[in-house]
Design a protein around this ligand. Structure first.
Ligand code: SF4
Length: 326
């Protein structure tokens, strides 16, 4: 099956690969699908999906026999237990070809169907002998994709039901999109400095230590080879955004931003801000509340425009409403 592109309204410049069955395509072994409405109604309004069904695309047909991962979890075989057919080589060879095509789509992320021996990303069952399966494998196509695109944000649909993981994944997708925008424009050292400055608080919300390491990298940008520097920066930047942020880390960033506002706020406004941040830290309020209050104050003080422009305050379209739930 060729890659049918599904266009959705909204921000089509964000392209996410996805296991076709999650879009409602009837490609599963039994002719069914597992359309994920939550995924499609929230995220789907803002991205272009690029669906892929590895098992159909290697010619297994619909319906088809069951397959499973067998052997060593770090290098399993893809076997159909009933017929004994070994699909490992076919799947790996096809994956290389398909990933070359996907490279042309310049994806910004990928959402996989969990538990599949082809698409499962985490804790996929691997069978060994007659014993129980161990849940420590990765579907063959998912494994090849992660190897080829190590910085690409990837997730499973099941984990995206968790509001924190969902917010983290989408934040990472949009950050990757901005980073790709940077590297596609033959960046100079000064462009990297500007990119880093605008992501300062986003990075801090995931790992304050990495913020320092990335800052040091950028501060040497005048002396280093720009290509090497961008590669090193990109790897650490994406790794950092992959670390799940916590209420405590967010509260730290919010206080930091409040520090810039201090001399502009009267004592009542300050007290209100401190209380709201504290209530967020205790998980009594969602993140959107302190963020909205900060934005309100920043809007009144043009001298703080650089703070207002921080990606942390606007990481993705507000309509996604992801910060209303974390
Ligand atoms: S999980 Fe992957 S291989 Fe299985 S039906 Fe869905 S897209 Fe196809």
């Amino acid at each position: 099956m060729s890659a049918k592109q599904v266009h959705t309204q909204g921000q089509e410049s964000i392209r996410l690969g996805i296991s076709s069955c999650l879009l409602g395509q009837e490609v599963r072994f039994n002719g069914g699908h597992v359309r994920d409405d939550l995924l499609l109604t929230t995220i789907g309004q803002h991205v272009q999906w690029i669906p892929v069904c590895p098992e159909v695309e290697i010619g297994m047909g619909i319906p088809r026999e069951n397959i499973r991962l067998v052997g060593q979890s770090d290098d399993p075989k893809l076997i159909a237990p009933k017929s004994g057919t070994d699909y490992t080589k076919t799947m790996k060879t096809w994956s290389q070809k398909r990933l070359k095509e996907l490279d042309k789509h310049e994806l910004h992320g990928y959402v996989f169907k969990k538990d599949s021996p082809s698409c499962g990303l985490f804790r996929t069952k691997v069978y060994k002998g007659d014993g129980p399966a161990s849940r420590n494998g990765r579907g063959l196509f998912a494994a090849e994709l992660v190897k080829r695109f190590p910085l690409l944000p990837v997730e499973e649909e099941g984990r995206l039901r968790d509001p924190k993981l969902r917010e983290n994944f989408i934040g990472k997708v949009f950050a990757y999109h901005r980073f790709q925008g940077l590297i596609s424009n033959r960046p100079k050292a000064s462009d990297l400095v500007e990119f880093h400055s605008s992501h300062k608080f986003s990075i801090m919300a995931h790992d304050p230590k990495a913020q320092k390491s990335l800052g040091q990298l950028v501060s040497n940008s005048g002396r280093a080879n720009i290509q090497d520097l961008i590669s090193e920066y990109g790897a650490l930047f994406m790794e950092t955004l992959g670390k799940i942020s916590t209420n405590r880390k967010h509260a730290n960033v919010l206080q930091h931003i409040m520090g810039y506002l201090k001399k502009f706020l009267d004592s009542d406004d300050k007290l209100e801000m401190i209380e709201v941040i504290d209530q967020y830290r205790q998980e009594l309020l969602p993140l959107i509340v302190p963020i909205t209050l900060l934005r309100h104050h920043l809007n009144r003080h043009p001298v703080l425009e650089w703070v207002k422009q921080q990606t942390y305050l606007n990481p993705y379209p507000q309509e996604l409403m992801l910060r209303n739930h974390v």
